[in-house]
Design a protein around this ligand. Structure first.
Ligand SMILES: C[S@@+](CC[C@H](N)C(=O)[O-])C[C@H]1O[C@@H](n2cnc3c(N)ncnc32)[C@H](O)[C@@H]1O
Length: 267
């Protein structure tokens, strides 16, 4: 790094500290590189960061599960704990011979694409992903190209699983909006002003979308033998247990030790 770059890195890091970023060494290097690649002034990026706009949206991409994904204001910025959900789904796929994997509320497509990348095409598994947002689905499709799985995943704009034929032997993976409304209203400005509400707020108790999903799954077919694995807000676990009282289910923790995932046996 030359003298000029060192001066700039220092300036970026000082601003990031004031804004309240944690991972300032990595991000400052990314900003320097981005500004040089895109021929953009550092000051213009710092100005946007000062308004709490997330760096991921300014840059237009994020790393998830070791791969790069495009993101924009229509897609949630994938969270670190969701990588644990991908691990969980992949380990379930290794133990069971699912004929289909369906990601419900795919957003940037980070979950289904990360899973699809690990499962060879010749295994004959069908990959499907849904979202209510057409704009999010556009990004998810671009991400299949970026991650070399174009054509391997079918995307559908629908309400959860509506219009999808529910058959046995499917792994359903869902990271649906799960933040209770009162909690949502108190989130940071960077989330409230920049990330899509439709991707985060899960109604009064945070379970609205999971309640709907379970209704769709149970009304579609009696006795389907499949698995559903979901990401939740840990504080909603007691209500989640109530919602799932008819189902055999188990709770799994994220890397922070929080009750973040529920594995549900649908039969
Ligand atoms: C928490 S985000 C998860 C995005 C991505 N799967 C991830 O893990 O980063 C929830 C996603 O569900 C989508 N969504 C909200 N309501 C929906 C519905 N009724 N049917 C399908 N998708 C929905 C949102 O558009 C958003 O992309």
């Amino acid at each position: 790094m030359n003298k000029e770059e060192l001066k700039n890195i220092f300036r970026i890091q000082e601003s990031l500290k004031v804004i309240g970023y944690n991972d300032i060494i990595r991000i400052s290097k990314e900003i320097l590189q981005y500004c040089s690649d895109e021929q953009i002034s550092i000051d213009s990026v710092l100005e946007r960061l000062k308004t709490q706009e997330p760096w991921e949206y300014i840059r237009g991409k994020v790393e998830f599960y070791g791969n790069d994904f495009y993101v924009n204001k229509h897609t949630l910025i994938p969270r670190l704990e969701t990588e644990n959900l991908v691990d969980l789904a992949i380990s379930l796929c290794k133990k069971n011979n699912y004929s289909r994997i369906i990601d419900i509320g795919t957003g940037s497509g980070c979950i289904i694409i990360s899973i699809a990348k690990t499962i060879p095409t010749d295994q004959g598994v069908e990959f499907l992903a849904t979202d209510i947002s057409t704009e999010a689905l556009k990004i998810a499709k671009r991400n299949t190209k970026r991650n070399l799985v174009e054509g391997k995943i079918r995307f559908l704009q629908t309400n959860l699983l509506k219009n999808i034929d529910l058959t046995d032997n499917t792994l359903y993976v869902a990271n649906l909006p799960y933040i209770p409304s009162s909690m949502y209203r108190n989130l940071d400005r960077s989330v409230l002003e920049y990330e899509p509400q439709i991707a985060l707020e899960g109604g009064e108790n945070g379970l609205f979308f999971y309640e709907e999903l379970l209704k769709q799954l149970s009304s579609a077919k009696e006795g389907i033998a499949s698995t559903l694995v979901i990401e939740i807000e840990p504080s909603t676990l007691p209500q989640m247990h109530k919602l799932l009282q008819e189902y055999k289910h188990e709770v799994l923790k994220d890397f922070r030790g929080l009750d973040r995932f529920v594995l549900i046996h649908l039969s």
